[in-house]
Design a protein around this ligand. Sequence first.
Ligand code: UDP
Length: 234
Amino acid sequence: MKYKRIVLKLSGESLMGSRHSNIDPAVLEQYSEEIKAVKDEGVEIAIVIGGGNIFRGGQAEALGIERVQGDYMGMLATVINAMALQSALERHGMFTRLMSGIKMEQVCEPFIKRRAIRHLEKGRIVIFGAGIGNPYFTTDSTASLRAIEVQADVVLKGTRVDGVYTKDPEKFPDAVRFKTLTFQEAYAKNLNIMDMTAFTLCMENKLPIIVFDMNNKGNLLKIARGEEAGTLIS
Ligand code: UDP
């Protein structure tokens, strides 16, 4: 395996799958299988999951909810998704720990860096819920920060497109995918890879990012092996 310790970022919206409800069990099933295949090869895996399928802080003001309150609602939404994913992973025989950026001791442990690393070393899948626990951040930033804290080798950003393109491939059929990019190129071209905080954290700490299609079966394992799939930003 090329990567020994990875942080996998999944968006909340991806959990919706083809359903109109918040969480599609078929997606949980598929993600669990993909994750297990990588786990079985001995890779240490931490996961950050978003909350966009339930609530985003950016929606708050339109609903008459103050932004900071909305951000906390978004963070709590990520915990709901994390709990759903945790159950699915456990059903597939994996050992897991859910660590939260906001204290909620009945359902998860607080995030403690050393403890998170210990869990990973023991082969547990660690899910980071509630973002970093602060408003005005995103789960992309959480993935970057936690990956740096636990000394992961790479952040894998699972999306519904298979990498970073010259322009939006869902709108422009002539868009071309980059196989690799440097952080400087991605910045100069203003490519939308992660939000700026998340991107800068990775760049400054020389933490590579791979953007890939999580819905393409076997992709996660390919990437963990170091095979080309998606776009590597380093
Ligand atoms: N959020 C936050 N701080 C964090 C992480 C998340 O305030 O550290 C809030 C923010 O409002 C965000 C919401 O939680 O909109 C859900 O996360 P995100 O939008 O990153 O989820 P995704 O788009 O990946 O589903």
